[in-house]
Design a protein around this ligand. Structure first.
Ligand code: CO8
Length: 259
């Protein structure tokens, strides 16, 4: 597939990098872009050689939200009957390999929601997060009212959703929305470094860890603990567990075969 609104490349033969590329619109997320993003994510997920995916934008904007020029004309019937837009916004939730959001500049509305759909967020020091939909007479529609409180707690999530104010990178790190903040010129290097570390681990184990942590957001503690226990037990059936522990015992570097 050829892409017009994203750029796709592979680093070190094991990290897939997707760059949102609608610079004039600050990477506003429209249907075509989300279709292309979904296709690229699925292709990397299916590629045996890829161990981790990075999603990033430009220095000025990760993404300034869903495309307001498109939504401005929507009726209730368009949105409801068209199921706006489970079809391509939900693809990222089906990706089993880790997806790191490397965010610089604006991550607003659907852009903030897209970053939160990734597994973790590394932010540049110029990053700004917000759910400004309230200013447009609407509310977040791609998980902002659900994932933001889980990430930063009710009070700050309410503050963001009700005032529409932006949170800078420092506040986002303090609140737990992002895992690391780095200088803008170090963002890509930092994200790639994390992705390379992850890519060298067993893909099976990495997928299991992702699945287990995600479970913490979707059920009760006792269900999550049981889910984790079952996955933990089943990993003893993998060659990679044998390799990882044997390498430790014999003081050598593990070489995982993803089996
Ligand atoms: N949609 C469409 N175009 C946009 C968007 C957007 N979200 N954001 C920016 N642009 C365009 C501007 O219109 C402008 O275009 P032009 O040059 O043709 O006038 C260009 O990008 C540059 O923007 P600005 O001139 O405004 O740049 P500034 O640096 O002055 O300001 C801001 C940057 C603060 C980011 C400003 O552009 C802004 O406030 N943008 C809108 C942010 C916003 O409200 N986002 C939320 C949108 S609603 C949403 O995301 C709901 C998600 C629901 C998802 C549901 C899916 C299931």
């Amino acid at each position: 597939m050829t892409y017009e609104m994203i750029e796709v490349r592979v680093e070190a033969e094991k990290v897939g990098i997707i760059t949102l590329n609608r610079p004039k619109q600050l990477n506003a997320l429209n249907d075509q872009l989300m279709d292309e993003l979904g296709a690229a994510l699925k292709a990397f997920d299916a590629d045996e050689k890829i161990g981790c995916i990075i999603l990033t934008g430009s220095e000025k904007a990760f993404a300034a939200g869903a495309d307001i020029t498109v939504m401005a004309k929507f009726t209730f019937a368009d949105a409801y009957k068209g199921d706006f837009i489970t079809r391509n916004w939900e693809t990222i939730r089906t990706i089993r390999k880790p997806v790191i959001a490397a965010v610089s500049g604006f991550a607003l509305g659907g852009g903030c929601e897209l970053a939160m759909m990734c597994d973790f967020i590394i932010a540049a020091d110029n990053a700004k997060f917000g759910q400004p939909e309230i200013k447009l007479g609407t509310i977040p529609g791609a998980g902002g009212t659900q994932r933001l409180p889980r990430a930063v707690g009710k009070s700050k999530a309410m503050d963001m959703a009700l005032t529409g104010r932006m949170m800078n990178a420092e506040e986002a790190e303090r609140a737990g929305l992002v895992s690391r903040v780095v200088a803008l010129d170090k963002l890509q290097e930092e994200a790639l470094g994390a992705a390379l570390v992850i890519s060298d681990y067993s893909q099976i184990t990495v997928m299991a860890a992702k699945e287990a942590v995600n479970r913490a957001f979707e059920g009760t503690l006792s269900d999550g603990l049981m889910f984790e226990r079952r996955l933990f037990h089943s990993l003893f059936a993998t060659a990679d567990q044998k390799e990882g522990m044997d390498a430790f015992v014999n003081k050598r570097k593990a070489v995982f075969t993803h089996q």
